[in-house]
Design a protein around this ligand. Sequence first.
Ligand SMILES: [Zn+2]
Length: 474
Amino acid sequence: MSSPDPVTVEAELRETVYDVASELWERPELGLEEHEAARLLSGLLEEEGFSVDRGVADLPTAFVAEYGSGEPVIGILGEYDALPEMSQAVSARKEPLESGAPGHGCGHNLFAAGSLGGALGAKRAMESGGVEGTLRLYGTPAEELGVGKVYMAREGLFDDLSAAISWHPGWLASATRGSCLAVDSLHVTFEGTASHAAAVPEAGRSALDALHLLDTGIEFMREHVPDSARIHYAVTGGGGAPNVVPAEASGLYYVRAESREEVARLTEWIEDAAEGAAMMTQTEAIVDLVNSMYGLLPNETLADRVEEVMASVGSVGFDEADRAFAAELKSTLDPGTVENAVAAQGVDEATEAELRERALADEPVRTEGDEGVGSYSTDVGDVSWVVPTAQFRAPTWPVGTPAHSWQAVAAGGDFGREAAVYAARVVAATTVDLLSDPETLAAAREEFEERRGGRGYETAMTDSPPADRSELPY
Ligand SMILES: [Zn+2]
């Protein structure tokens, strides 16, 4: 077994990570519209000698860049979509650069830059000798819409990987050992009959009544679902004028649970409830599955390896200016938010007290919170059911910062870039390490098969991916 080798990210590579992170941050693009980001990233990889396949899996902003040949095959994941209405300056107060414009609230500008740096670092290590195999960077778009990796997995693009490596911006450096919830998103439309609501109500059939009955049904259903399941909804259409019986009403429903099987059972129940609501109101229910994701399949073997690499890479190289800005940003967070976020990590009391006080948590930490099932979902889950997947978090944000907050956007345009360089080093070192360690790869595969327990990967998504955002009901 080889020891983890923290590939030195040379000055030039560091500059590339900073430049790419800045460029993506300054020009945030929403999911399925990340044309410039995909062009920038795939172009840089091509210049470095990677062969690039663009528009894979019928997703115009997805790509696969490959270097080397033969086994093993290590895949690095990169995301680059932004979030709507999250524009924010590098400032310690809420201050949009452009009101209503998108912004990198989930730090995907850093995610892409860090993964790119990791791929380039690993490639240079391969070039300088001794490391053989195939290295791939997967440009995975539209994570916030949950449509990128699912279609790439369905296309079989991850099938021949020996392992995948992913990471995500956060406020702590830690290897991910836990799972998250699988999810289905349903768009339900009821179709009724319009009529004058006062003059001839008997001629009308209200689609909105049906929607209310479905939602009421779901509220009663909650008592009889597993504790960890989550069902939430939004009304996306409910008629226009009270004096017209609404002929159409619609809602978007997210159904989450710990296993795909449980999600499928709950989805079927909601489909039945929609049918029942339609019968009660003499309307018609149309249920569309708009996305469907797996929960993460953990891999302790790979988490152990990532943890060793993180320990050997050491701490993030933040400077005093980074710490000062992080402290300013942290002071704008609600103290309860920070306290709850730190408490949720499941670390010992002394570490918890220390974390609460710090602006930046730049040393790797082992947390119990990383071992449970998080109440979130990600399309990395689908990849993790196809191939053993390693994941970690890097401290791109001040301690306790929630994702999708203006503070996360501000940090991502500033000191977050330093944490992306750190992520690049961890990704590069893990990649090189796995390329030269068939024993760990075999152990990771064995654990993967054991956890899957004979269950294969099969997405519930059967249609073509959406061509653009207008095809999605959210
Ligand atoms: Zn994210």
